[in-house]
Design a protein around this ligand. Structure first.
Ligand code: NI
Length: 171
């Protein structure tokens, strides 16, 4: 099932999501499947459950955008446990469509998470994958990338969004 993507302004995006406590359930497998489907439909490389209105600590990532099944990553209850270096690059978010801003983040991070069956694992990523780990883990803590842009830029983005909302062009 393809969910509509929740846009900036909805409280669920700025709340800390709840940890998953029951693993390997049909509901959890279905949620993960729906999240991949919704992410591919929206042409994203990452999606966190709050972005489909579900306040749970689940995120999916595929930086190959569906080209390589081996690159599908599921992160449940993830935590960043190591960070190294820095990268600055344009970042966007499906919940803030049309906006992109340069954001500085760690260049190499290790994430510790559980898979759908509850097994804990660690994975280290660099560059875009490291960015995705940080961006999606942030989502589960209620943090959006615009927290990292200058206050001036952030106000400008908010003003533009308010205008879009007024015109009924923002969901
Ligand atoms: Ni995002």
């Amino acid at each position: 099932m393809i969910y509509p993507i929740v846009k900036y302004g909805q409280p669920v995006l700025e709340q800390s999501a709840q940890p998953i406590t029951e693993f390997d359930t049909p509901e959890l497998h279905k949620l993960i499947e729906d999240m991949f489907e919704s992410m591919y439909a929206a042409r994203g490389v990452g999606l966190a459950a709050p972005q489909i209105g579900i306040g749970k600590r689940v995120a999916v990532i595929d930086i190959s955008t569906g080209e390589d099944p081996a690159q599908k990553i599921v992160l449940i209850n993830p935590r960043i446990v190591a960070r190294d270096g820095s990268q600055t690059g344009e970042e966007g978010c499906l919940s803030l469509p049309t906006f992109r801003e340069p954001v500085t983040r760690a260049n190499r991070v290790t994430v510790r998470a559980r898979d759908a069956k509850g097994a804990e694992f660690e994975m280290t990523g660099e560059d875009l994958l490291a960015r995705a780990f940080q961006h999606e883990t942030d989502h589960l803590n209620g943090t959006l990338y615009i927290s990292y842009v200058s206050p001036l830029k952030r106000d400008l983005i908010r003003r533009k969004i308010r205008k879009l909302q007024k015109n009924g062009e923002w969901g």
